[in-house]
Design a protein around this ligand. Sequence first.
Ligand code: MGD
Ligand code: MGD
Ligand code: SF4
Ligand code: MO
Length: 712
Amino acid sequence: MDYKNILTTCVYCGTGCGLNLQVLDGRIVGVLPAAEHPLSQGRLCVKGWNAASFVYSPDRLTVPLIRRDGRLVEATWDEALTLVAQKLLRIRDESGPHALGVLTSAKCTNEENYLLQKLARAVLKTNNVDHCARLCHAPTVAGLAAAFGSGAMTNSIPEFESDTACFLIIGSNTSEAHPLIASRILKARERGARLIVIDPRETQMARLADLYLAQRPGSDVAVLNGLMQVIMEEELWDKEYVAGRTEGFDAMKAVVSGYTPERVEQLSGVPADMLRQAARMYATHKPAAIIYTMGITQHTTGTDNVKSCANLAMLTGNVGVPGGGVNPLRGQNNVQGACDVGALPNVYTGYQAVTLPAVREKFEHAWGVTGLDPHVGLTVTEMIAAAGEGKIRALYIMAENPLVSDPDLNHARQCLNDVEFLVVQDIFLTETAQLADVVLPGASFVEKDGTFTGTDRRIQRVRQAIPPLGQSKPDWQIICELARKMGALDGASGGASGGASGGASGGVSGGVSGFDFASPAEVMDEIAAVTPIYGGVHYDRLDRLGFLQWPCPTAEHSGTPYLHKERFSRGMGLFHPVEYIAPAEMADDEYPFVLTTGRSMFHWHTGSMTRRSTRLDQEVPTAYVEMHPQDAARIGLDGNRWVRIRSRRGEIQVAVRLTRRIRPGVVFMPFHFAETAANVLTHAALDPIAKIPEFKVCAVQVEAVSTEECHE
Ligand SMILES: Nc1nc2c(c(=O)[nH]1)N[C@H]1C(S)=C(S)[C@@H](COP(=O)(O)OP(=O)(O)OC[C@H]3O[C@@H](n4cnc5c(=O)[nH]c(N)nc54)[C@H](O)[C@@H]3O)O[C@H]1N2
Ligand SMILES: Nc1nc2c(c(=O)[nH]1)N[C@H]1C(S)=C(S)[C@@H](COP(=O)(O)OP(=O)(O)OC[C@H]3O[C@@H](n4cnc5c(=O)[nH]c(N)nc54)[C@H](O)[C@@H]3O)O[C@H]1N2
Ligand code: SF4
Ligand SMILES: [Mo]
């Protein structure tokens, strides 16, 4: 009997808990929490305990598939990769690099994301590289970079428990989406820390809060401006901090002064008196931490919302101190890392702009290529639309499932149907993979080595516990093989081939096209060589220290627990004047309800993993819509359980859960269920800067459906 205990990092949320995989005779037989882990401290949430239960699902993809005569049939790796390489190169040569699009993945490792963006940029010569951060924290990256100079969470998770005196949770269902961060906050409550929650739904954290403010979806700028108006009016702001560390105060003040609590009550529905109480509590308990997630970002005003959070924190002197700051909790296990290593259309690794000639030269030298694309590429949302318009002819999608996670699914499906060549690299035959021309079977997180970067910029190891299932391969190997295949086919046209890229990191990548890596550790060495904030990150250090938090510029640097200590990354913190703008689609006579969408504790996004975990799936096996009893009476639900929900884009039928924990006039649906997909209804209107869709607000009509009519 061979028993091993492999320490790795949870594949679900960005908290980054430590798991011990129990391996008996080469098979995972259990998951246990890691006792000494700095974040999870011997605990896990329900998804963590079940983190490996999808691994042996009979649905796992174990063989490459190629579409022949309309059907996906088994193929060899060589056939599949040759076809992908030929097609992508042919389309590039016929229509130019801009006819190609690549989606990388916040589920995959840093090394895999680095390699796929390198393949897109160095081999395919396009900056059309993006991933689900676009649907998630793109406004954070844009808004906090503008205000502070860095788009990441300012504090570390353990500071919440030890230092924070007041939490302002806005648009985050923390106990369901980041359960082990929620438990830190609740521990801080035991030592007297205050808690304010602002959310249109009375979440579990709202029920435990000192103050709970329920606003209309999409009114956050008004609410945040209102808080600042009270703080200035009552002289509760930090004048010394504002004078010494910030700029742009007067322009911000000129706008914010107009947001009296009475006006904000009209715009948001939050009673003026509650707003005053919240402003006083937040301003007088320091350090104070703002915690926000999708309730803030998934709006056409997402970037404005983020800038308003930054304004509020700077006004009260709450950035650059332990326990105080602005904390966008990152969602996916490695969404922070995917952004860090350049899986974005405007930056290489470490947020180095593709438009700067000096930066391009640096990467051309490091990668041994010429002619890197000088233009910012397309975002996920733009690539899908461009595929529908024929401007993008081929899409390569690694570990994302847009046919459940994108807004306005009827339109997204049409776009993916229309694209000439679709490659999907996943561990399951997802709704998106079913449309593909080639399906490449990746290996899951327990079958490969690598690193994930958690929400508090914490880089941790992912360790292989078992061999890849069937013929599946770790994603980093698939990408390297594909790149080498393209290098071989591409020799004549002077693509990435021929240029050994030894310049990057002491000869680790000197292969035919810079993709000859023996292990992810070697890929990380190359990342460290080209990325100042990851400069001191090496596997031997990670194995010794357990984690490193960036910025970590040198091999001697011990990492950075909180940002902007004496100065902001951009020098002075910048206030932005932000006016309230209504959501793109408001309720009206025809569509009288506001639909907002989000998550359940037990499921993960498109359900591909959690719906294949028996224990998680049995908790919430089907979709539902939450509705206030007053609204049920208004539509004459009369004891029926089913409704038809219609938006301007589509309709679905779904069972109702009555609850008083939602504002009347608002209905909520989780988006995890492909067969009753909330995203059939959602609106693809985009934030003009971050290009994130307005997942959190659209107008719908809700009608009772008699039990005979419904298709249960
Ligand atoms: N169980 C589970 N956990 C997850 C995930 C998952 O799929 N399942 N996904 C991960 C990912 S990628 C992410 S990004 C995070 C997301 O984590 P969260 O953002 O916490 O999750 P959501 O359910 O999308 O929405 C958060 C809250 O926003 C509120 N809200 C809706 N509209 C508004 C509004 O206009 N203003 C404000 N202030 N609030 C509003 C909702 O009522 C909800 O309570 O979760 C991560 N963790
Ligand atoms: N209506 C609505 N829509 C939303 C949101 C919302 O709040 N409301 N939230 C948005 C947000 S914040 C996000 S982050 C997106 C998420 O959207 P997606 O990223 O599309 O959703 P996931 O289900 O996480 O997709 C991950 C895929 O990776 C696969 N996978 C997992 N591990 C591996 C691996 O190691 N290798 C390979 N090759 N594949 C792997 C899984 O099988 C799965 O198909 O959804 C967005 N969509
Ligand atoms: S809180 Fe997040 S990282 Fe921790 S066990 Fe749960 S899903 Fe995994
Ligand atoms: Mo997300």
